[in-house]
Design a protein around this ligand. Structure first.
Ligand SMILES: Cc1ncc(COP(=O)(O)O)c(C=O)c1O
Length: 315
């Protein structure tokens, strides 16, 4: 088999697991924390998986032709993944972003030749925001392919078919707990569903932003954990269609400062510079690993992307 690949789409997935030995030893944690390093994907995040799965589905269904426009609403990583796949497959890309996302991500999107429309962050406080933005995207882009990452079934499906099985294979079935954040819900819903089908006692734990890290009418621009949303006390119709509301066994809330500190601890202890939502997953994993009942348990934390995507927010 030659070792030359033919498309970036061939390089998606099969990301490595890394056990955080130094981090565990320094904190005297009973549980073992294993990081799934999604920044190894070719455009740098877990979202490359869904970008390609969604585009491939559309190609197979005859919904995309060369030169077509791909549109979505994204907090950045899905846009970067889609823009990379679009470049590789000969499409154009346009994204609607809230105006508080990391400036580094916006710059990357522009470099990937994507067209960008910014939406005020306050808009997303409207309970009908998801419905309204979806309608706007469709109205403003007739004939474009709307990827709809929030509800497109290819999103949780690719995690069911790849992320979950990779974790199962690479831990040799030893994984006990899967922990991460929810943006669209695809990673934990699809990956978690696969792992629970293999091991019914496995726990899925969500790291969600605490109140102080969420936008309000009075403070529409708090320091947020890019890409992850609150899932508790949210009316069902405001949750993404791809989030399986039955998947979580526990939800752990944290603020952005905790997430960022955990991300920096990871750099100091292991030499891994992951993003803010990765810090959030690690922070939650650390709480779990410190509980006596989790001594010796294998806790897999999904780290969605690299810290360099948030340089502006790391002081
Ligand atoms: C930085 C980051 N972390 C975590 C997530 C959560 O992933 P998912 O959409 O699969 O729930 C996202 C998705 O938006 C993200 O961009």
């Amino acid at each position: 088999m030659p070792r030359i690949h033919n498309s970036i789409t061939d390089l998606i997935g099969n990301t490595p697991l890394l056990e955080l030995h130094n981090y565990r030893r320094k904190r005297d944690l009973g549980g073992r924390i294993i990081a799934k390093l999604e920044y190894f994907n070719p455009a740098g995040s877990v979202k490359d998986r869904i970008a390609w799965a969604i585009v491939k589905d559309a190609e197979d269904a005859g919904k995309l032709r060369p030169g077509d426009l791909i549109v979505d609403v994204t907090s950045g990583n899905t846009g970067i993944g889609l823009a990379a796949v679009a470049a590789s497959r000969g499409y154009r890309a346009k994204f609607y972003l809230s105006d508080n996302i990391s400036p580094d991500k916006v710059k990357i999107l522009r470099l990937y030749c994507a067209e960008i429309v910014t939406v005020e962050n306050q808009f997303f406080l409207d309970p009908q925001a998801l419905e309204k933005i979806t309608q706007r995207v469709k109205d403003e882009n007739p004939g474009a392919f709307f990827t709809d990452q929030l509800a497109n079934p290819a999103n949780p499906r690719v995690h069911f078919e790849t992320t979950g099985p990779e974790i199962w294979r690479d831990t040799d079935g030893a994984v006990d707990i899967l922990v991460g954040g929810v943006g669209t819900g695809g990673t934990l819903s699809g990956g978690g569903r696969f792992l629970k089908s293999k091991k019914p006692g496995l726990k899925v734990v969500i790291a969600e932003p605490a109140e102080g890290s969420l936008p309000t009418e009075e403070n529409p621009y708090p320091d947020e954990i890019d890409g992850v949303h609150k899932v508790t006390e949210v009316p069902a119709e405001q949750l993404p269609g791809n989030f399986d509301t039955t998947i979580a066994d526990e939800v752990i809330a944290l603020n952005t400062a905790d997430a960022r500190r955990a991300a920096l601890d990871l750099v100091a202890d292991e030499g891994i510079f992951a993003g803010t939502s990765s810090g959030a997953a690690l922070w939650a994993a650390t709480q779990l690993a410190g509980r006596p009942e989790n001594a010796g348990k294998v806790i897999v934390a999904v780290l969605p992307d690299i810290g360099e995507r948030y340089l502006a927010s790391f002081k």
